[in-house]
Design a protein around this ligand. Structure first.
Ligand code: DOR
Ligand code: ZN
Length: 347
């Protein structure tokens, strides 16, 4: 196949950051996605509806003229989040709330230390039909970083999903066979996003032949049997799995450092990379449901009416991009070739 037209996709897990960084990240995502679930892990975090709506406006201000991209806003749950915060967020058009276990990842220090104390909040979320988005890793120092997702499922996620059977839960950026199995065996209220890097790479791509900081994200890449399980999940076409890039930019100097940041900036090539992945797996015909239908249905939102066309025409991801502040960032898969491009896009 040389040409593929699909319903315009959405990105169900995205970091846009703030300030002048929006001048880079917003156009990069809006060039191919119609909507995106925008993560709230700013400094300070987006903990109430007013902050989220002010952030929404800053994002809209960074859109290229005429682009009708729609940011879907999220709240950052903390130990202080109240049921009233959720009711107000629902009234003020906030789409979902994000659970970061404290210390799990970038800017998560203010997050939740006692999951159980949030149960009343989960109850309200279930009632008002606000999805709970979960960074599913425990943070205990004695748990190996490669086991943190599985332990989170066993200790927390299985309990939350049983205790709140009506709560919509998105298990974000899943990385293990255990997570795939958990999602498949859960009710249809439990879905999951899958990133391009976790489908394309495994921990060898992080650690063999030297350390590769631009492949470092959280949850960290796992061994190849887990990568395979994620690929099997998308090949199966199960509608519980949908696109979420977790595109998470950090300046080059913050990635190539003695304590490098976690996150892959994939927005530059996101839908194109997924097309390559699906083609490689022999399921290009399943890309549209994964990228453009499953997530919308899960969130109970309309499927987009527009389309995009991808053409087979190899191009190279740049080695570096210059941010609006003049500093460089290395995009995910820099210098490598992608086979698909969006018709009419930059060459
Ligand atoms: O790799 C990651 N980067 N994982 C996350 O969960 C957060 C993100 C970020 O914000 O940089
Ligand atoms: Zn993320």
């Amino acid at each position: 196949m040389e040409k593929l037209t699909i319903i315009t996709p959405d990105d169900w897990h995205l970091h846009l950051r703030d300030g002048d960084m929006l001048g880079e990240t917003v156009p990069a995502t809006a060039r191919c996605f119609k909507r995106a679930i925008v993560m709230p892990n700013l400094v300070p975090p987006v903990t109430n509806a007013t902050m989220a709506n002010e952030y929404r406006q800053r994002i809209l201000n960074a859109l290229p003229a005429g682009n009708n991209f729609q940011p879907l806003m999220t709240l950052y749950l903390t130990d202080q989040t109240t049921q009233q915060d959720i009711i107000e967020a629902k009234e003020k058009n906030i789409t979902a709330a994000k659970l970061y276990p404290a210390g799990a990842t970038t800017n998560s220090n203010a997050a939740v230390s006692q999951l159980e104390s949030l149960y009343p909040v989960f109850e309200t979320m279930s009632e008002v039909k606000m999805p709970l988005l979960v960074h599913g890793e425990v943070t205990d120092g004695d748990i190996d970083v490669f086991d943190r997702e599985k332990v989170f499922i066993d200790r927390h996620l299985s309990v939350i999903t049983q205790r709140f059977p009506g709560l919509l839960v998105v298990f974000e950026h899943i990385t293990t066979k255990d997570a795939v199995e958990f999602v498949i065996s859960s009710s249809d209220k439990v879905g999951a996003t899958i990133t391009p890097q976790h489908l394309m790479l495994n921990r060898n791509d992080l650690l063999v032949g030297g350390i590769h900081p631009h492949n470092y994200c959280l949850p960290v890449l796992k061994r190849n049997i887990h990568q395979q399980a994620l690929c099997d999940a998308v090949v199966s076409g199960n509608a519980k799995f949908f696109l979420g890039t977790d595109s998470a930019p950090h300046e080059k100097s913050r990635k190539e450092a003695d304590c490098g940041c976690a996150g892959c900036y994939s927005a530059w090539s996101a839908i194109e990379l997924y097309a390559d992945i699906f083609e490689g797996l022999g399921v290009l015909d399943k890309l549209e449901a994964f990228a453009s239908i499953n997530g919308a249905k899960f969130y109970d939102l309309p499927v987009n009416e527009s389309t995009i066309t991808l053409i087979k025409s190899p191009w190279q991801i740049p080695q570096e991009i210059t941010l609006p502040n003049g500093r460089p960032i290395v995009p995910f898969y820099a210098g490598k070739t992608v086979n698909w491009r969006i018709e009419g896009a930059r060459s």
